[in-house]
Design a protein around this ligand. Sequence first.
Ligand code: PMV
Length: 319
Amino acid sequence: MRATAIAQPNIALIKYWGKRDTANNLPAVGSISITLDGLHTRMTLSDESAVAEDVLVVNGKEDPAMLPRISRCLDSVGGRDRQRLRIESECNNPIAAGLAASASAFAALVVAADAVFGTSHNQLTLARLAGRASGSAARSLYGGFVELDKGDADIELQTLLEASAWPLTVIVAITTAGPKPVSSGDAMELSRQTSPFYGRWLEQQSEDLDAARSAIAARDFGRLGAIAEHNCLKMHSVMWASRPPMIYWNSATLACMQTVRELQADGLDVFFTIDAGPQLKAVCAPEHAAAVREALTATPGVTEIMQSDLGEGARILVD
Ligand code: PMV
């Protein structure tokens, strides 16, 4: 038995920040994201060597630290008495640096596990299981523009627009490639417990979701950019106001923001978003991608640039 799945990270335009149920990892708010195609995690599961315990190899190196989370996710797909597996993950984006590597990893994992265990779960069930492991991973089961509704008993998901229906390009400006100092899960809990803005964040999210949904339906770049930047800065304001404050940015993140403002002033279709890390993601019209890339490359403190168009949801790769 052997299966390989591939999944792409997704970037939230309307952010998931906060949990309503930590035990089941259910989000306190809905979110809207775009799935990328340039970055990926390829996950191969095999029981060929009939291993007694799961073994996790990430980019060619054993990774015992990450293994318990991976094993729990496999249990959720195949049951606790499932076959133990060798799990080989190959990822072409910096892990734990706010580039959604865990989203693509868990999305690929549930899809590959479903094939290896022969469980034939549907896409929504697999998305919910991925979401148990990493909230944002649920969205990487779907392609294009994806909405995650927080739902009542459990999350609901849908593609709002296919990737090909509104081509956009994402330029990622990497400012520090190391792992983030505090995980997004811990930072969310800190926000919930200590930020005076957390309650307002929850209250306003459905307005932002409505605005983004309508901008996407109308393919209105200006309106989508305005609401995405607002929602991103609001999420970071919640974090900045927590105790202790949670600041993921560095000076290069701010310099990149300034670069995007200058490009906007020159009339380019571009906006930024930033997740739980110091990297800035610039979303732009494909015809403006070369200029955005050049300007971000020249921004002081940017160490690396990655570029991606929009892509498909997680899927099995046939050898
Ligand atoms: O899925 P997690 O637990 O890594 O949380 C992701 C949180 C953000 O990336 C900051 C926002 C989002 O919606 O992806």
